[in-house]
Design a protein around this ligand. Sequence first.
Ligand code: SAM
Length: 259
Amino acid sequence: MKNNPKLTLVGAGPGDPDLISVKGTKALANADAVLYDALTHPDLLNYAPKDAPKVFVGKRAGQHSFTQDEINKLIVEYALNYGHVVRLKGGDPFVFGRGQEEIEYVEAFNIPTEVVPGISSCIGVPGLQKIPVTRREDSESFWVITGTTKDCELSKDLALAAQSSATVIVLMGTKKLALIVETYRNGGRKDMPVAIIQNGSLENEKVVLGTIDTIEKLAIESGIGAPAIIVLGEVVKYHPKSGLPNPSKGGALLNLQRF
Ligand SMILES: C[S@@+](CC[C@H](N)C(=O)[O-])C[C@H]1O[C@@H](n2cnc3c(N)ncnc32)[C@H](O)[C@@H]1O
């Protein structure tokens, strides 16, 4: 057994390796082993020492994917055998990342833990497209909702959120697009702007912009798929290519009066 076993959960950001934090890169440089997920950029592993084992524990087509239980056990095994384990996770470890479960499991073995937050795709990916999740006069709050619960269902929270003026960001929801559209349409919101962003921050990023009435057709035509986020809300009209009326383009005087 190694001295000083430790776990650091590091948020890798949404994809672009430059979007990890400086603290995240320092944790990697001090790692004795790295366990990394599918949505983390492979270049990030170069921050870790050459001789530190780097173990892929994500889901990739055609490969064995680890259960959460197996991952928890692996973290403890590596911490006891190697020392400092960095668990590199996509986005932020605590946004649909199961980070808390890993901390709880590891701490039960009296192994100390630390967290380095990351830029979550739910804010960072729309932001890179110049879609603000909040904006005065358009959106006073935002909800981040899963499209795939433990039972593989769209979260029931969507029906509540769809009745509000909040910006809604759905993760893991591309296969539930029809249901999301139906929920908004039933609420009389057929003109609500919608953006779907796949592989945000990466070279193969893809964006589809529309409204509740048009988005399904546009999504099919474009062939957009996972991993993607779906952004629903008036703020989507601030995307430079939305083609939707943008009140802030009302003139310089109007803007000056507002701010
Ligand atoms: C298991 S969740 C993890 C979310 C992550 N912890 C975060 O904070 O971004 C994975 C989902 O996040 C979204 N996602 C992550 N990275 C993305 C990216 N670069 N572009 C679009 N969606 C992304 C997708 O909805 C994907 O299915």
